[in-house]
Write a protein that binds this ligand. Sequence first.
Ligand code: HEC
Length: 137
Amino acid sequence: MDGIGVCARRWRVAWLCALVTSASPVLADEVPSFRKTIQPMLDTYCVSCHLQGSAPEDLVLQRGSAYRQLVGIASVQSTLKRVMPGDPQASYLLHKLTGDQLSVGGKGVAMPFGQAQADTQLIQAVQAWIASGAPNN
Ligand code: HEC
């Protein structure tokens, strides 16, 4: 992709480039960054409970631990992996966020616990990130 290069070389279209690049935080064909996009949302919505030492279901979602505790790891509540790279439907994390964990043989309530529903940006980012192989990016 040479979008930035085009923006820099062709000042006439620079305004358009600025518009496009600022419009959507998670572009459809872009792999969301685990570190820059997903982890900050885990910090905001999840880490108050999923904290070292007292984490429910032994799931620590703090920076430095979250990736290791999610990707390829068996979930406690279901027979699915927490995150199955490349397969959002086989990833229990996504079902806990969308609230359909019971339909895949899971347990408990939707996450974040006690909230009506998870942030849409978080759900979309997690889905796109898993679909693209759940890289440690
Ligand atoms: C207020 C505390 C609290 C918050 C905030 C919270 N959780 Fe949880 N989480 C729990 C509890 C308690 C359980 C076990 C009971 C249940 O699932 O209903 C759990 C279970 C889970 C499980 C199941 C783990 C497994 O291996 O089966 C996942 C996945 C999960 N949480 C992800 C998240 C994510 C992602 C967030 C943030 C969007 C989050 N949680 C926010 C308390 C919380």
